[in-house]
Design a protein around this ligand. Sequence first.
Ligand code: ADE
Length: 456
Amino acid sequence: MPRNIKLKNEQDEAERVEKTVHEEDDRRAVSDLAAPDQAPSGQKKIAWARAHMPVLRQIEEQFLSLKPFQGERITIALHLEAKTAYLAQVLRSGGADVAITGSNPLSTQDDVAAALAQNGVTVYARYGMDQAVYTSFLDRLIDLRPTLLIDDGGDLVSRLIERDEPWARTIIGGAEETTTGVTRLKALAREGRLPFPMVAVNDAKMKHLFDNRYGTGQSVFDGIMRTTNVSIAGKTVVVAGYGWCGRGVAERARGLGARVIVTEVDPVKALEAYMDGHQVMTMDQAAEEGDIFITVSGNIGVIGSRHFPRLKDGAMLANAGHFDVEIDLVALRSMALDWQEVRPNVEAVMLEGGKIVYVLASGRLINLAAADGHPAEVMDMTFALQALTLSDLIKRARAGCRLSPGVHAVPDAIDQEVARLKLKAFGLTIDALSTAQETYLESWQIGSPNITEEHK
Ligand code: ADE
């Protein structure tokens, strides 16, 4: 593209940011960034994401005029890439003070972090941050005493609970992005240790049916293909776990020409995988057959010490579950005769007998560590849910009916609204129920049609 031609949305973005520069700059904490000079590249990425997120753009318009978050402090722990940055900006457009950290050490894009800080969000995030730095960033977010929060995987909420802050009870509420995070929140709630309401955005229809399935399905292969440059066609792909993410990964693998094996512990899901046309077997069996393994189970040690010796020479191991615990890397390290990086995000591990297996992206989320995460059009729906969920929490609180502590579902009206906005963005129209159809659906009296004379 010639240097003097700017994407229309880049121009819009610059104008929009200028228009919404906040008066409360002095109240903002200082960001912690790895590469402030890379902000121009980050701005372009955010502009590109924004151009492909029409639902969130409509919400941004509403927020700019209604300012639903005026006076609120929102803290976010999410994978800090361009779509997330745009979400943070949208929340800021709604009048909030927004602060953010990444939710995984390998998913933060330093140029995006720098651009976001330039756009008025407080950012504590660095690519490659170690556990101590990650925890210190979570602590800095917590020190800002959020009134609303967004979490991805449950680390922000868990850290808050660990710190046992008495003011945590005053948090209006938050929203959780992932299956893993919702599982952890439910465990906290069961123990009576969740002091404020958290909404399970992951479980909304407009999230898991699209983000988990189509988003993970596509972005996982984006990560594997960018990283390895190998063909998927003709390979045997083993998918560990057949939840919504696993379904999407298996479907995309098949679409790319792979033979697909699914491993499961849940008999219903295993049967579903089988009826969807995939092979189903144990990991012990699959270990000997797979060329590419993708763990997406949400559990620990899915591929472990008893599987490594069975793997074929050249087998590749990738993880798409939230934490880097699905492939037992501790066991693999103890069995390795040699371990070397052979390409960015590809480590070659030599096992007994000289066999080589490859670990991709250090066993961390392949789609975010080695690619850009889910497509913008998909995250458009997820992040629209996040934005509307926070706005709903605040509306309820201001109307004097705060949600109680615990895990809550996204209201159906929000799911429906995001679906409506997305259909509109795609230019699609759908039928509406007639009055007779509404009556039919609400009645119990109308059963089988009356048998008329002519049918007798
Ligand atoms: N981009 C930002 N957050 C993401 C997530 N949870 N999964 C995939 N891509 C993302």
